[in-house]
Design a protein around this ligand. Structure first.
Ligand code: TXA
Ligand code: MG
Length: 360
């Protein structure tokens, strides 16, 4: 049975937090909002509870979970941070940054997927922080979606995917950033970005002497990535979605598809939508990429419900938070970037959608 509790996101009701904390203490699962996306939490020291998280999500066992903490003291219970890092974390936490560090033995293998490292973060959301504090233990939590689906930015997304599989859902409304935390591997004063997120390269460079982007952060895939999650399908809508190489291409390809009578959805900014004749899902006004990030996963879920058989999505500049947006979009599109209408038709043909070359 799933219990849904509405809470005030900025000042959550103590009774609701208590109830959720009891569920964590008794080995149950609680979905809760963070500043990035909703998490599906369990006691990070409880191997059985962690395994339940994997089952509820249908998550492969070799994809480790992030451990969420509410104080720097808790960091020492789960990881072995270098001394200098504490000063940096003191400035960046609570916030959307996950650090990969050597693990402590207290963290069960199920949580770290047997790795010698553990991913840790202190979320900047009152509901998440109160829940961890009240539970008295760190909380292991992946995003609260079914594996491979878009991450949840609203409680309704959690219910769509996990109704009946999670004990308590704390509904704190929409999350603030809408894309998951920046993950960095920390080595010798260097931050190696495994997954881009709300903390940008530019911002992290003010705190780490050296910041480097892994190829996976830029959208490359590999069978042996450093963050195990990166080899899996992600954020995938149930029908084809193509990333247009740039805005001009998007407008041109959409127009040509319309001329051929091929109905499709376009995910783009309001500014771009003025040049589009096809049905549109708005990602934002056009200038603010944080707005696009906030709307991204909800838009992918809306796209799934549209009657059109496939879609095109606008590309954004890969700087600032745009890097995180593009990383998620490339994955949602299975890495397919289109430069022409022929690219779309070829790809749809390969998917058995339309015969190549037709219709004219
Ligand atoms: O914003 C977020 O990070 C959200 C909220 C709920 O905190 N959580 C989240 O978790 O996005 P999840 O499980 O969807 O993504 C965690 C990623 C996966 O790609 C996983 O492979 C990677 O973190 N990861 C976990 N432990 C790791 C480790 N020890 N080394 C490298 N990557 C790790
Ligand atoms: Mg996830």
């Amino acid at each position: 049975m799933t219990v849904l509790l509405r809470v005030n996101p900025l000042s959550p009701e103590p009774w609701a937090i208590s109830l959720a904390a009891q569920a964590i203490a008794s080995g149950g699962l609680v979905a809760f909002p963070t500043e990035t996306v909703y998490g599906l939490g369990a006691n990070a020291f409880d191997q059985e509870a962690a395994l339940r998280v994997f089952r509820a999500k249908g998550r492969p066992a070799d994809n480790p979970l992030i451990v969420h903490i509410s104080s720097l003291d808790e960091l020492y219970e789960v990881a072995e941070p270098p001394e200098w890092l504490l000063r940096v974390l003191g400035k960046l936490w609570p916030g959307p940054l996950t650090v990969v560090l050597p693990r402590k033995p207290a963290v069960p293998d199920a949580v770290t997927a047997g790795l010698k490292t553990v991913a840790v973060r202190m979320p900047a959301h009152p509901v998440a922080l109160r829940l961890i504090e009240r539970s008295g233990v760190p909380i292991a939590a992946p995003s609260a979606n079914t594996s491979s689906r878009p991450s949840p930015t609203r409680a309704e997304h959690v219910l769509e995917d996990l109704w009946g599989k999670v004990d308590v859902v704390l509904d704190g409304g929409e999350t603030f950033f809408g894309v998951e935390s920046t993950i960095v591997q920390v080595e010798e004063k260097q931050a190696y970005i495994l997954r881009p997120g709300p903390y940008t390269v530019e911002e992290l460079s003010k705190f780490f002497p050296k910041v480097e982007l892994s190829p996976y952060a830029l959208g490359a895939s590999s069978d042996r990535p450093i963050a195990p999650g990166m080899k899996y399908k992600h954020y995938a809508p149930s029908k084809p979605l193509f990333l247009a190489a740039d805005t001009e291409t998007l407008v041109k390809v959409s127009r040509e598809l319309c001329e051929r009578g091929l109905t499709h959805t376009v995910l783009c900014t309001k500014k771009t939508s003025k040049q589009i004749a096809a049905p549109v899902i708005l990602l934002g006004e056009g200038e603010d990429l944080y707005e696009v990030a906030r709307n991204l996963f909800h838009s992918l879920r809306l796209f799934d419900r549209r009657p059109e058989g496939f879609g095109l999505v606008e590309a954004f500049e890969e700087s600032g938070v745009g890097l995180a947006v593009m990383n998620r979009l490339k994955k949602a599109c299975g890495g397919i970037v289109v430069k022409s209408v022929e690219d779309v038709l070829r790809s749809l043909g390969a998917k058995g959608f339309v015969e190549e070359g037709s219709p004219s």
